[in-house]
Design a protein around this ligand. Structure first.
Ligand code: FAD
Length: 358
């Protein structure tokens, strides 16, 4: 491990100035991802600026005048376990609480912070293994997952070169970020030029021609908070995570879903819906196409599945003798269907959703 300097600035502005001044300096929060990377040699900072005491560790009600009144502001230093346990998160944004509780272990959630969780890096085995080439670590290297072990890798939005050949199929690992994508969270940032707000839909980036970059954050920019806008639909929301074992594993695929149903004499109709997918792309994947396909349509399992399949039309699974990922296509469709089926159930009825079975 490269020797580094550990420092704790007096305030957020000082931390931003320190990191901005040094291309090789990094922020440190809970350290549950970054310290691993120091040990693996993936990150080799000159200086670590500890930010856990510099941003808020509180969750506060938003009563501002920017249309977000009624929402929540989550300080960047809020621990994942505290966020999952917050009464308003559990009552008003249950998909977020469920996503957090299905991530990592209790000990890790007690250390991991909101800012650090958003910025954790891919768990692609080749990215984490410096003895194998990886285009996400270096643009000069090929992607070892192509033709290698691609079970956990992307089926949507992967990077392609000029000839249309895939180049990076790493996925984003955060469960929390998938739920926040579904909730239209807004990331509050402090940088050398002041503050800015980045809608989460614009925060992450597809690999494109530079898979080494996960987000649009510039060097030196500090996440100070994440805002959750008021979202009445989210009181009926859930997070489904499919993984290789019952706990303590990253998602093969995951779904954050929220559903509002009108109960008409002809049966339940989708008044509004929100869907985001995890484990399928370089970023949390907001399934806008599926949402559009569902709004105003009968809330049947047949329609839920058809909407998921519409979203997956652009999927490009990877064939590989070591383990491809075409299985993710039916897995996502089934998981979306199952999540929406549960949300569509009428609590006052005995037979739940009307219509076809899965
Ligand atoms: C064994 C194991 C299992 C796990 N399982 C899961 C899982 O199932 N699901 C899941 O979602 N996650 C999982 N995780 C990942 C865990 O959630 C992340 O490691 C954690 O959320 C990162 O938060 P942190 O505060 O420790 O960040 P750090 O490790 O301190 O930092 C991560 C990155 O964020 C940057 N950073 C931190 N704070 C800020 C800030 N305020 N502004 C700008 N940059 C910042 C750092 O510079 C660094 O690049 C697992 C981790 C481990 C080790």
């Amino acid at each position: 491990m490269r020797p580094f300097t550990y420092t704790r600035a007096d305030d957020a502005d000082g931390a931003v100035a320190s990191v901005t001044a040094d291309r090789e300096a990094m922020f440190l929060a809970g350290g549950t991802n970054l310290v691993d990377h120091l040990k693996l040699g993936i990150a080799a900072p000159s200086t670590l600026v500890d930010v856990t005491g510099l941003t808020s560790d509180r969750i506060t009600d938003v009563d501002g005048d920017d249309g977000q009144e009624g929402g929540l502001r989550i300080g960047a230093a809020v621990r994942n376990s505290d966020l999952a346990a917050h009464p308003r998160v559990r009552a008003e944004y249950p998909a977020l609480a469920e996503a957090l509780l299905q991530g990592a272990s209790g000990q890790l959630r007690n250390m991991a912070t909101t800012g650090g969780n958003l910025l954790q890096r891919t768990r692609c085995a080749y990215f984490q293994d410096r003895t194998t080439p990886c285009t996400k670590r270096s643009l000069d290297e090929p992607c070892s997952a192509l033709g290698g072990w691609a079970r956990y890798h992307a089926i949507l939005g992967a990077a392609e070169d000029d000839e249309g050949l895939q180049r990076c199929i790493a996925t984003h690992p955060s469960d929390m970020a998938v739920a926040m994508s579904m909730l239209d969270a807004r990331v509050q940032v402090l940088g050398p030029e002041g503050e800015r707000t980045i809608p989460i839909g614009e925060f992450y980036r597809l690999p494109g021609d530079d898979p080494t970059r996960d987000t649009v954050l510039r060097h030196g920019e500090l996440i100070t908070a994440v805002d959750l806008p008021p979202a009445p639909i989210a009181t009926n929301s859930t997070y489904y995570k499919v993984r290789d074992r019952a706990s303590y594993a990253f998602a093969l695929v995951s779904v954050a879903a929220a559903l509002e149903v009108d109960r008409t004499p002809d049966g339940p109709v989708v008044a509004d819906v929100r869907l985001a997918l995890g484990g399928v792309a370089h970023m949390p994947w907001r399934a806008h196409r599926a949402e559009e396909a569902l709004r105003g349509r009968p809330a049947t399992e047949e329609n839920f599945r058809a909407a998921a399949e519409a979203e997956l039309e652009s999927a490009r699974p990877v064939e590989s003798p070591a383990g491809g990922n075409a299985f993710k296509i039916p897995l996502v469709a089934g998981t979306v269907t199952a999540a929406l089926r549960r949300l569509a159930q009428d609590p006052s009825a005995t037979d739940g959703v009307s219509g076809e079975s899965a």
